[in-house]
Design a protein around this ligand. Sequence first.
Ligand SMILES: [Zn+2]
Length: 395
Amino acid sequence: MAEINVAALLAPPDILNCKRVLCVQPHPDDNEIGMGGVIYVLARSGCELHYLTVTNGDQGNLNPNAAPEETAAVRHLGASRFHFLPHGDGTLNDVLALSREIAEVIRSVQPEAIFCPDPWLPYEVHWDHIITGRAAANAFHLCGHMKCLRAIGYYFTASPNTVVDITDAFERKLIVHIFTREYGRRSYITSPGGASPGHRVRRGLFQPLSILEFDGFSTRGELHHIEGPIIAQPLSEIPFDIVKSTIALFLSELLYRLIKEGEADPGLYDFVEGSITTLDGLDSSVAANFHLWFLVQLTHYLGYSPQDNYAEGHALDYRAGLYISSDELPHTLLMAPREAKLFYELTHATPAQLPDFALAREQRTTLLTALIDLYGFHTEAIYSVNSLRILSEIF
Ligand SMILES: [Zn+2]
């Protein structure tokens, strides 16, 4: 009797042999974050990589040329064809309609595999990711008759069945996002173990919140290359202290999500650089409140901060940008009096005063939730900050 090899029957399709794939992303950077190494490996094996971006990653109308640097960086990684759907960030709600749009792209691209975020990730809260993942899955089903199409792969998944070794990708290229005083936020490309030994850049330079100094940058095509980066101010504690490194990771992701490429903002830059050195030197016992202080202070630079009219017992009406008597207006865009008081006090506190804020875990959580609501009123981008989840679990 012939033996049936169940494992072989159930083996996931070999994605590394694909000659053409379509990577579907809800927002402009999900593919790199979720599967950047795999994209690099696939591109090096000669695979034709198509990107389908479902929303513009910002509210408002789609402009496919909104982030040419990003596209150039992604092109460098290996993606070569770009497709866009005209949806606004945070506006997705119709799985079936979106699946028909994705299916149309699949029919024109004729990929062997498609990739998208796993919409069934436990505790996935980002609606765009859930809708896009489900729509891509349904589009895969709609295109089931196509001979070429063999696989759908989910990134950002809790149950991987395929693991790709991307060590090689890490050693060759880094796309780094740097916030500079002169040029605002920019993406740069660098080769940590590059061909010319004189220009070897240590990977350790690009830890979250590293403060760098560099001679300048050269621009080849649309990409900026860093010349001779060095650590300007070594961080002595952030890389080694679990609380501080968690906060650093959160701050760097927060800034990445909220600060768009382009305009210089020296005031914001000085605040961020000062905050990093402060966090590094802060007493560990009070570091757990640092992100709350930072979020409160940052509202000032982003134009979200309210008028300074706090009085005892007042709530914060962040739609109007005012503190108001809490029985005046019981609408939902309100920070409750207890959190509004903390918000006001943190607005006027320096990091040296953080020891005066003895917050219980529950207070930290409710204040963080209130701050996310306030940010969410101004920008959907706050909901893409994945490390928020880690923060609320640890602190
Ligand atoms: Zn996303």
